[in-house]
Design a protein around this ligand. Structure first.
Ligand SMILES: [Zn+2]
Length: 168
């Protein structure tokens, strides 16, 4: 189920047009952009670096070893996954590992920076990809497993409660 980033109502639909308030995300190269202001304002990472990262990840010891560990851990704890969400998918290197490990799984990848999404789309053509604010998931009870790798340390501290149980 999706949660509208504008009015917070939930709905089931293939697209991102909210049936309650009419919110419709802008598109960037065909990818839904749910938090465009955040994409422009975010700091701490150069989105241009995706072009440098994408060609070297598959031959780099760090990315290869990290993927092996992530896939080992996922297989051990989640033998089957119906729907998977990755927050901060970057160029889709981990997402590709998940897609290979779980060929039947419906995969969604998200990024704060749009620039990583075209690389992720090349690596995992079947993935649904979008730009969003990781602190305000536009979903409700949608996924069996959610991954975020090298993400939390880049997330700015806020008063926002991810469980939606308290209001700042
Ligand atoms: Zn809405």
């Amino acid at each position: 189920m999706k949660r509208c980033p504008n009015c917070s109502r939930t709905y089931d639909a293939a697209g991102w047009d909210c049936p309650s308030c009419g919110f419709a995300p802008t598109l960037w190269k065909g990818f839904p952009v749910l938090a465009p202001d955040l994409a422009r304002a975010a700091t701490g990472f150069r989105p241009e670096a995706y072009a440098e990262l994408a060609p070297i990840e598959a031959d780099n010891f760090w990315f290869r070893a990290r993927n092996r560990l992530i896939m080992w851990t996922m297989r051990r704890h989640f033998p089957q996954i119906g729907r998977y969400l990755e927050i901060g998918c970057g160029t889709g290197y981990v997402l590709a590992g998940v897609a290979k490990t779980y060929p039947e799984t419906r995969i969604t990848g998200t990024e704060i920076f749009c620039e990583g999404l075209p690389y992720a789309a090349c690596r995992v053509p079947r993935a649904e990809l979008l730009q969003m604010d990781a602190r305000a998931l536009p979903y409700e009870a949608e996924f069996d497993v959610i991954g975020a790798f090298d993400v939390l340390e880049h997330t700015r501290k806020t008063n926002w409660c991810w469980r939606r149980c308290c209001t700042p």
